[in-house]
Write a protein that binds this ligand. Sequence first.
Ligand SMILES: Nc1ncnc2c1ncn2[C@@H]1O[C@H](COP(=O)(O)OP(=O)(O)OP(=O)(O)O)[C@@H](O)[C@H]1O
Ligand SMILES: [Mg+2]
Length: 120
Amino acid sequence: MKEIISVRNLKKYFGEVRAVDDLSFGVREGELFAFLGLNGAGKSTTINVICGVLKKDSGEVLVDGTDADGDASAVKSKIGVVFQESVLDRELSVSDNLRFRAALYGITGRAFAARLGELS
Ligand SMILES: Nc1ncnc2c1ncn2[C@@H]1O[C@H](COP(=O)(O)OP(=O)(O)OP(=O)(O)O)[C@@H](O)[C@H]1O
Ligand SMILES: [Mg+2]
């Protein structure tokens, strides 16, 4: 089975702090993969690099063959992320939360109505 996420020799430092220091692993397509470690081990930093939120210092990170450093929006369109803390707005209805999130991806108006219809 092909590797859907490939991390090779990833390094990300914050000044003197070696948040991620020469990390390598691969996740195969369809595989359930748990990424565990002590507090401060570098999990969030690694995930942020994979998602294209943070630039790596060195190494190779590919999501379905795409390098987030080269084309972050291409990687973002291939992945879904559930954050540690809720990012939903409690003042909004479920539908309005979906409308707001969709707008961030440029899905508005009739296109949004069609996508919402797929979920109902
Ligand atoms: N923006 C930043 N600036 C400076 N240091 C940072 C930054 N982000 C993370 N660090 C440091 O990098 C190291 C790795 O942090 P990271 O948040 O990736 O760990 P983690 O494995 O997700 O921890 P936790 O289990 O607590 O969520 C820690 O020492 C942290 O203090
Ligand atoms: Mg974390």
